[in-house]
Design a protein around this ligand. Structure first.
Ligand SMILES: NC(=O)c1ccc[n+]([C@@H]2O[C@H](COP(=O)([O-])OP(=O)(O)OC[C@H]3O[C@@H](n4cnc5c(N)ncnc54)[C@H](OP(=O)(O)O)[C@@H]3O)[C@@H](O)[C@H]2O)c1
Length: 298
């Protein structure tokens, strides 16, 4: 199995490279070879690689910056995603496209399922929702997998930020009234690889395609997430801070985040046999790994 994944430096792309089992080749493709903001260059960049499947993991992910950078966010997350889907379909390749919990407004009381109505509260979520529509229109057999609160040993993420801040501060204020599913990109990679194997084993099976939610099991607030990071860090002799539980109103950001961004993942388990591990054990693993190579936190 040969997968092409967009985004050489991204958390999910790097996790796919690391988690590919023997017999699976992952080819990461990113700027300048493949630029999602240059739709005309996407099909030529994907052609001729001998790929069996495309994973679109590249995205404009700067949630707050997107509020004042709307055109760039939509160019990559909507137009670019649609161009990847069209290129994959034209090449006859299955596609797994990643999307986000931020397509929901978070006003609902329960974990969101795939049939719930999206209503993004910010530009990033709106651009990703437009991307879902563009992907579905260009490649009806595509899998669109929404995930959330992604962290990993790679790139920039909440776990690294917390560990870095705890190195110089005794106490950190962390939002306690937004709940979601912290999800390791390494576990996302495992889920994507299983879905890819299913798609290639049952080509064209419409039951396997469409919208799926894919997050770690269990739920947490950002404050719960931070407390778990520091507990795991303390065990390993790393930095740990006290968590002061604050309200969203006390930590204003340019983009409004959903209060409830939990995703229900039953469809993914039923159709693809994918159930990601509990978020707590995944956090412990990533923290332990980061602390064995402390320069990675910086
Ligand atoms: N991070 C989260 O918390 C989160 C939450 C929910 C859903 N998701 C979704 O999950 C997927 C993977 O996210 P991630 O956390 O792995 O992302 P990430 O670590 O922020 O990486 C994003 C990747 O996209 C690439 N990229 C950005 N603009 C591009 C362009 N114009 N052309 C080509 N590549 C471009 C970046 O490359 P450069 O190095 O060139 O910038 C980088 O490799 C995305 O679809 C994201 O929307 C993420």
């Amino acid at each position: 199995m040969k997968l092409v994944v967009t985004g050489v430096t991204g958390q999910v792309a790097l996790s796919l490279v690391e988690r590919a089992p023997p017999g699976v080749t992952v080819i990461p493709l990113g700027r300048p070879t493949l630029d999602l903001a240059d739709p005309a260059g996407i099909a030529p960049a994907l052609a001729g690689l001998g790929a069996d499947l495309v994973v679109n993991a590249a995205a404009y992910t700067a949630v707050d910056k997107a509020e004042t950078d709307r055109d760039a966010a939509f160019a990559v997350n909507a137009t670019g995603a649609g161009a990847v889907a069209l290129a994959a379909r034209t090449l006859g390749l299955p596609l797994i496209h990643l999307s986000t919990d931020y397509v929901f407004d978070g006003a609902g009381p329960a974990p969101y399922v795939e049939t719930d109505r999206p209503a993004p509260t910010g530009v990033y979520g709106a651009s990703k929702l437009a991307g879902e529509a563009a992907v579905a229109a260009a490649h009806p057999g595509a899998v669109i997998a929404r995930t959330a609160w992604v962290y990993s040993p790679f790139g920039s993420n909440f776990v690294k930020t917390m560990l870095r801040l705890a190195a110089t501060r005794d106490e950190l204020g962390v939002v306690a009234d937004q709940i979601g599913n912290p999800t390791s990109a390494l576990d996302i990679a495992d889920g994507v690889l299983k879905m890819a194997a299913n798609l290639l084993a049952r080509p064209g099976d419409p039951d396997l395609s469409g919208l799926f939610h894919m997050t770690a099991s269990g739920e947490a607030s950002w404050a719960d997430f931070a407390e778990r990071i520091f507990a795991a860090s303390a065990v390993a002799g790393g930095p740990a801070a006290r968590v002061r539980r604050i309200a969203t109103a006390d930590y204003p950001t340019p983009a409004r985040r959903p209060a409830n961004s939990r995703l229900g993942c039953a469809r993914l388990a039923a159709v693809h046999g994918v159930r990601l591990p509990d978020w707590r054990s995944a956090v412990d693993d990533v923290v332990a790994r980061l602390l064995t190579a402390r320069e990675n936190i910086a």
